[in-house]
Design a protein. Sequence first.
Length: 162
Amino acid sequence: MAIFKNSTAHKVRVYMKLHPQATVKEVAEGLGIKPHHVHSTMWRDKKLGAPKRTYTRKKREWKWDTVTVVSSNTPINPPPPPPPMPAPTPEKDMVNSPERYKVGGIEVIDFIKAKLTAEEFRGYLKGNVLKYTSRAGYKDDAAQDIGKLVWYASKLQDTHAT
């Protein structure tokens, strides 16, 4: 069993060795610990016997390697050049033509227009104008919702012109 010099049990043993007449309460108050720590240490020493071994730390031996120093104006291994900067990606237009609506080679709005009558398509556009009007500022990005509102209103206006 190793004894650690900073353990509570070790502190109790040292204090009791220096103050053999001290009571459990006095030892606990002197060390700033709870009395049950003192009782535990005293019981352990009585039951198992006081520890005979002490903890000693091994000394570390340092080994030094010989280093050769070369002096010159140019570095031995120059650092690699920094990687090229990637080309800036164009900002995605989430209002006029989001990428997710172009899957399949046709924009979804064109597919919907092809499947509906002119009157049904105008109703679809009016419904989206109402949707984006009512939710602007309450979901996601308000500027994006207003942009979609304007887009659908413009489409609706175009259908009435034809």
